[in-house]
Structures are given as C-alpha cells and as structure tokens.
Design a protein around this ligand. Structure first.
Ligand code: HEC
Length: 156
C-alpha cells in the first residue's frame, strides 16, 4: 500500500475507534441515585449540607412561603422533602435540573436563584445528593418516584 493511503486508513481506524468509545459513553445506561446505598447517601448528605441546605433547608424544608413568587419575581427554594414537588420528577430530570440549573429548562429570560452545578459538582456527587434526598422520603413516595424514573427511561 502507498504511504499516503496507509495514513488515511490509519486515520479512519482511529476516528472509528474514537466514535465507538464516544457512543459507548453516551449510550451507557444512566447512573443512578440509590437511597439504599449507604455510601452514596453518606456522600450525598455532605454535599447537601455544603451546597443545598442554605436554600433548600437543613431539613429539606425549603424556604418560607415557597409557593409564591417574591416581589423580585423569583421563586423561593421549594422543599425537597415529601411536602415539595421534587419527587414528581424522574431521577434523570432531577439530575439535569441540578446539573444545568432551572434556566436551561425555563422560557428565555426566566430568572431563578437555583444555580447550575455542572461546573461545581461531579456527576457522582450530583447522583449522591439525589440519593440522599430520596433517602429522606417515605416508602410510598419513593415507590411513586421510582415508577416515574422507570417509565421515563423506558420511553427513551
Ligand atoms: C441559592 C439558592 C439555591 C441553592 C444553593 C440550591 N437551590 Fe435548588 N432551587 C432553588 C430555587 C429558588 C428553586 C426554584 C426554581 C425556580 O423555579 O425558580 C430550586 C429548585 C430546585 C430543583 C427543582 C425542584 C422541583 O421540585 O422542581 C431541584 C431538583 C433543585 N433545586 C436541586 C438543588 C440541589 C440538589 C442543590 C444543591 C446541590 C440546590 N438545589 C441548591 C434555589 C437553590
């Protein structure tokens, strides 16, 4: 084979290998937040105390009067316990909301105090904090949210 042709073939092989590696990474089944995994929950508890408790409450109780917008138009932080609506969302939605922030899913110009944690927390830390939040829900709420998570993944 000519030298030039060999290099093209090698280049194509490298590109194909990179593509397969990339496809593997994005096609991998999503990681999860397991409230029965004691180690994950312990890490999540620390992350929650450090990053989330200041707004969502040390006991996941949210900010006072959380259903009503403030005079500045922004919503207070909702609770993450069973009183809030966090459990209405699937694991993957909660992961995306935490990683990308609310603004990524809201109409243009929507203002929110909820930060995007993508640059600050690793994916493992985000799953861990969600595992901790889920560990604080009563069994029936957990089961309903598990169903939402499963349905959302099956629908993909
Ligand atoms: C500076 C305050 C602040 C901090 C810190 C904060 N949040 Fe929030 N969060 C909010 C506000 C405010 C909302 C309501 C968003 C809106 O609609 O404007 C919210 C909403 C959310 C929601 C959507 C809840 C739902 O029921 O729709 C999730 C999930 C969430 N936060 C997770 C987290 C996690 C996890 C952390 C810590 C890693 C965190 N937040 C830290 C202020 C905060």
């Amino acid at each position: 084979m000519q030298q030039g042709l060999k290099m093209i073939v090698a280049g194509v092989a490298v590109a194909a290998a990179a593509y397969v590696a990339y496809a593997f990474v994005i096609a991998r089944p999503p990681a999860g937040a397991d409230p029965d995994d004691a180690a994950q929950v312990a890490l999540g508890r620390q992350v929650y105390a450090r990053e989330c408790a200041s707004c969502h409450g040390v006991n996941l109780e949210g900010q006072p009067d959380w259903r009503n917008r403030r005079p500045d138009g922004k919503l207070p932080a909702p609770p993450h316990d069973a009183e809030g609506h966090t459990w209405h969302h699937s694991d993957d939605q909660l992961f995306a909301l935490t990683k990308q922030g609310i603004a990524a899913f809201a109409p243009p110009g929507y203002r929110s105090d909820m930060p995007a944690y993508g640059g600050k927390l690793s994916d493992a830390e985000i799953w861990a904090v969600l595992a901790y939040i889920k560990s604080r829900w009563p069994r029936d709420i957990r089961e309903r949210q598990d169903t939402a998570t499963r349905r959302a993944r099956e629908a993909r």
